[in-house]
Every structure is written in C-alpha cells, then in structure tokens.
Design a protein around this ligand. Structure first.
Ligand code: C5P
Length: 223
C-alpha cells in the first residue's frame, strides 16, 4: 500500500480520438490530444497498477511501464477493451467518434462535376456504456468522462444514469478554456450517489495523480 496503492490491480484506460475512415485517405475524428488519458495511465502505473492503455491515434510517447494497444476506429477500440478484460478499474477517457461513415469505399473519392459526395453516417458502439452494462465481467469501478460546453454538471448526472458508470469526470471544453490540446484541466467529479467535487485548475498530470488516488480509495471499497 502506501505509495503504491494500486498494486495488484489491473486498470484499463482508453485515450485519444478514434479515426473513422471515409476512404483510404480521409477520416472523421474527434478533437483529442490523449494527454489526459495517457497521464492517467502513467499515474496508475506509478501507483503500482498493471495498466493497459488502449489508444487511438496520438502523437504522444507510450507511458513507461504500461501495455499500450493502438487502435484506429471505435469498433477496434471496443474489441481491444473487451480483449483486455478482466480489469478492476476501467477509465474511459477516449474521445470516441459517435458516428462513422456508413459505407467505406476501397478507392479515394474523386472530386467531380457533381459536387461534394453525400456523407451518410452510422452509429458507433458506445464503449463505456457497453462495458458498464455488462452483466458478467463488469469492472467493479467504471469511470467515464464528460466533455461539455454547457451545463456541465446536469449533463454529467444524466450521463451517469444513461451510461451506467460509477463516476464521471466532467470538464468544460468550451474553446475559451483551452483544455483541448492544452496541459491544464479543470474537472469536477460526479459520483453515482450524487456526490460532487470541484477541483481547482491543475496540470493534467496532477489531475491524473489525484484521480488515481481517488480510484484507489474507491477500489478498496468496491472489493
Ligand atoms: O456521451 P459522450 O460521448 O459525451 O460520453 C463521453 C464518455 O463516453 C467518455 O467517457 C467517452 O470515452 C465514452 N464514450 C465511449 N464510446 C463512445 C462515445 C463515448 O466510450 N462511442
């Protein structure tokens, strides 16, 4: 225990965006640097956990002491998460694309006289909700993120109920906050029991360390 409160635990983290191909050269993506998710993986490893980091395409280095699984699409991310189970704690920090192009051509779509092609979208799996609603093999502690631009807390409370997770880390990502791609983050922790904690603006590494400390406390209760 002490400095390594997660020793003996397996923690799974998703991080980064997903890329959903439109054709061989184009894709649809969410804006995400992966900094917060990767920092959580690093902090969990430093706290003694065995960590599996499932990451979409990012430019970040692999955190030391972490098993990294690289994926591109939401469907690949879900498959990698399921393959990495069982886990004691699962943190879903990835900015997963909600939709993907419905049909994928083998060839690059050409510009032509008919104007832009129609882009039909289809729903991607919700990885967090899928794992949190599993009847067997659900990690005892499931944590989601909520990147909102308005009514952060109200949306986070609704999200806990809808997604079935135990805790939501909510952050305001309106452009003025500079959270996207930046090194600092202002988060609120919203628990399934209605608890609410607001943290000061901190470096993403520090947010990660505090979150890992909190997860270790909650995991020792959940077990
Ligand atoms: O509903 P929304 O996308 O805002 O929820 C965000 C949370 O759900 C994050 O924890 C994110 O990683 C997760 N999520 C997911 N799969 C999706 C969409 C979101 O795991 N397809």
């Amino acid at each position: 225990q002490g400095a390594r409160p997660l020793s003996g635990r397996h923690l799974l983290v998703t991080s980064g965006p997903t890329h959903e191909p439109i054709d061989p050269v184009r894709y649809l993506a969410n804006r995400s640097s992966g900094k917060q998710g990767h920092a959580i993986a690093a902090a969990a490893a430093a706290a003694g956990a065995r960590v599996t980091l499932i990451s979409g395409p990012v430019v970040l280095a692999d955190p030391p002491g972490v098993t990294v699984v690289r994926v591109e699409t939401a469907r690949e991310m879900l498959a990698a998460v399921e393959a990495a189970l069982p886990a004691d704690i699962a943190v879903f920090a990835a900015a997963v694309a909600d939709w993907r192009p419905a049909t994928l051509g083998d060839e690059k779509i050409k510009k032509g006289p008919d104007g832009p092609p129609p882009l039909r979208l289809t729903e991607n799996p919700d990885i967090l909700a899928t794992i949190a609603h599993r009847s067997e093999g659900r990690p005892p502690l499931v944590v989601g993120f909520a990147a909102e631009t308005t009514d952060v807390i109200a949306h986070a409370r609704a999200k806990i109920a809808r997604k079935g997770c135990d805790l939501i880390v909510a952050n305001d990502v309106s452009t003025a906050t500079g959270v996207m791609g930046g090194d600092r983050n202002t988060v609120q922790l919203i628990g399934r029991d209605g608890s609410l904690e607001t943290w000061p603006t901190l470096a993403k590494d520090e947010v990660a360390r505090r979150l890992v400390t909190r997860l270790a406390e909650l995991a020792s209760i959940a077990h």
